[in-house]
Design a protein around this ligand. Sequence first.
Ligand SMILES: [Ca+2]
Ligand SMILES: [Zn+2]
Length: 710
Amino acid sequence: MKRFRVIRFLFLLSPLLHALVLMWAPNVYAPKQPTIVVAGEVKSITGKKEGGLIYSYVGFFVHHVKNGSASLRNTEIIVKHLGGEFSGLLLWRSDQPYFFVGEFAELILEPEDQVFKVVGGHRGKIRLDQKLQPISRRTVAGYRLIWFRPPSEWQDSTSSPGSGWYGPLRWSSNGFEYSINTQAIPADLSVSSFITYSTASFQTWEDDLGSSFDFTYRGTRSDTIPGTGDGVNLVGWSSIGGGTIAQTWLWATYVFGNYDSLRIIETDMEFDNSKLWSAQPSGVAGRFDVQNIGTHEAGHTFGLGDLYDPEDSEQTMYGYGATGETKKRTLEWGDQAGIRALYPGPALVQTTITSSPTGLGFVVIDGTPITTPQVFTWIEGSTHTLAANSPVSGGTGIQYVWLSWSDGGSQSHAITVPSSPSTYTANFKRQYMLTVSVSPTGGGALSASTGWRDEGTTVPVMATPDSGYFFYYWSLDGANVGSSPSYSVLMNAPHSLTAFFRGTSSLSLGLSPESVALGASITLSGTLTPTQPTPGIPTGAVVALSYSLNGSTWISFITTQTGSGGAYSVVWYPPYRGSYQIKATWSGDQNYEGATSTVASLTVTGGFPPRVSLLITGPASSARGGSAAFDVLVTNPGSSLSTTLHFEVTGPGGYRYSDSQQIAVGASEKGRFQFVWQIPSAVSAGQYQILVSLIPPKPTAIAQTQVTIT
Ligand SMILES: [Ca+2]
Ligand SMILES: [Zn+2]
């Protein structure tokens, strides 16, 4: 038959004052009466009710007397302490020692009436094993649970002490509701601050991801006080005094014979209003912090016991504390292990969020930007939102565009955390900015526009000139990359491509007169006119005049330069009798395509008078950087001659070189003269025209040859 029992626990939590911790030192025990130190074994425990409280009478058989009367050896003494069980009601107070039958211990005692009491409460008791050696108080697990064995034995340990023990002590449901009674609060403490920071104490435990326990605050009430077993879980204030600054009460039931039936049914927590308190963001010297102490007490409300080993001093459930202290506001590993042992939560899974490439700005998790990679500890089965930003700037002219998530999800999507560690990767592609432009504005159009291009792609661009323009050349990032109107840009970096166009021009040519006798001069004139007035053709543009006697071979015979308004004019003595075709040519500049005039016709009639004639000879080819010597034979059939012999070289790319020398040839004699052309190493290879003539021009006194420059 099962019996239903109500047990009443009272955690009069350990003196949390540093001053009392220091009392642990032996020299503080300067006894008023002789201190007795004995070692022995617990033989029996009997609970008795006295004056509304419950006391335990512990039968203790003394094996050794370390201090005090040797006559105590091999006798059974009675040790009395507050707390114990009577008629199913049990009072447990944490500052008192508690025992179980068969336990070996060393006790510091002082006589009290006909019995003994343990000095310093639990601090006056040291557990021993059967060889009477001290048992380390250290708990490797970092937490202690509460165990009970009828009728009146108690232990705190991480796991069950053995057969016959009930526990661990805990709530049957994973949570409880509580209220706050702010009556009797210290006058210098704000009610609202107390509520804020005491409820935060409970919330800290609730926020532990690895456990599942919900504390629900139900507001304030003043119809009951802490320490009343009335079904109301209450937090409040009372005058406790002594070394206790706060205490937690537990009421519990268990079903006899069912060792996993020890269940808390009610809890009250009270703070000692005879102490100085603070409730604010930071700790205050000389005052106990409500949240700090409250978090420790909240640990008791669901079943955690105190820790006393100095090595556990950083745990929130460490049984000592101090004014100004706030470190118990947060949970340590042992505290987390404790609540998780009693109320296990869902599994926590390591989830890695990363991106390719990694860094800040690529990924937003649950609304918060992260720097990838980042590892999250998430609850199995919980949902989280993974969002990829796109595009993401990678600096000037560089950006990243989201491609995919490794799980195939959309750019922003929710995931459900799986049972095993997993990684989610946001994949991005790199893009470069291609900036295209034309010069001048209106010169033409391009088949591609400015915009982002994927890294590694090739972008074909075709330049189409507008009416009145010709394509000139491409400039890629400032370098000339060719004059074909088609170009392909490899997107291996940000690029800027400019298509340069040139306008058109017209060149006129007029002859005056158009028919002359051999030996007479004509005037060749015309105008070089740009089609687009802006930017215009500068004066001094070189106009080349050439003639052809057969319509296929053209011989350049004069170059001149334009003057104001693009006009040019030059006098020429045609050297032969016959029909000439004459044209003028301009090779163009940065802004304008070159131009050639229409062909003009010239008729030269008449016979040859006795005349000076020139004959030029020179090398067929010569190398750049070298020199070429040209011999000129001057035949003078008339009277003695003194004049200027002119030498001129023209070649590819508008190359022009001239020289002259004064000569004298006697009547009816011949003279031989030489010109040496130092060929620049920078000139283009190709055909160069060599021309010699007299200045001022004489009819027929002109000779030409060619040289191939290699
Ligand atoms: Ca109550
Ligand atoms: Zn405690």
